[in-house]
Design a protein around this ligand. Structure first.
Ligand SMILES: [Mg+2]
Length: 174
């Protein structure tokens, strides 16, 4: 990532996929709460279901004693709750990412301070920015598929410029 990228947009780490994040390592770092985005982070936008590997990773995170919360900008409480339930986690709707207040409230509601929380997502300008502003660790993952919401093309282009040639763990240098 280029040197001129503002701190608030710099993820702590870049990892190719959420399920490649080593949970023992997070635990050693003192992380006790995992907040994550839904679309293209755990559920590909061209699918209705999370891949088996992601479900296994989430189950393992819970087995590590971590609180797992899906934080969504979606305002439909029941839809977010249903989707989170399918993943076996709690859901937090209307997160208003990139504003930091709601994501902060989400972990504090679990009794975990932001310094012991990691925010994981596929978008710099919502997921990573909100986590950084809230004082959390942040992990940027690659979008699970190329399908995005309409109008996202320009955002992704800017993202690509910001992310530049950053190395993603679990990926061969291309
Ligand atoms: Mg997303």
């Amino acid at each position: 990532m280029g040197r001129k990228v503002p701190k608030a947009l710099r993820p702590t780490r870049c990892v190719s996929r959420i399920e490649m994040i080593d949970l023992d390592e997070l635990e050693r770092q003192g992380i006790r709460c995992i907040l994550f985005d839904r679309d293209n982070t755990v559920v590909p936008r061209d699918s209705r279901e999370a891949p088996r590997a992601v479900l296994d990773w989430l189950a393992s995170a819970r087995a590590h004693g971590m609180r797992c919360l899906m934080v969504s900008n979606n305002s439909h409480r029941d839809r977010v709750a249903r989707s989170a339930g399918e993943l076996g986690v709690e859901g937090y709707p209307l997160a208003l990412k990139p504003l930091p207040f709601s994501v902060r409230r989400a972990c504090v509601a679990c009794g975990v301070p932001p310094e012991q929380t990691v925010m994981i997502g596929d978008q710099l300008f919502t997921d990573i920015l909100s986590g950084n502003l809230a004082g959390m660790e942040t992990i940027l993952v690659r979008p699970q598929c190329d399908t995005d919401l309409p109008g996202m093309g320009i955002v992704r282009k800017v993202e690509r410029i910001v992310v530049g040639d950053a190395e993603f763990e679990g990926e061969d240098r291309r």
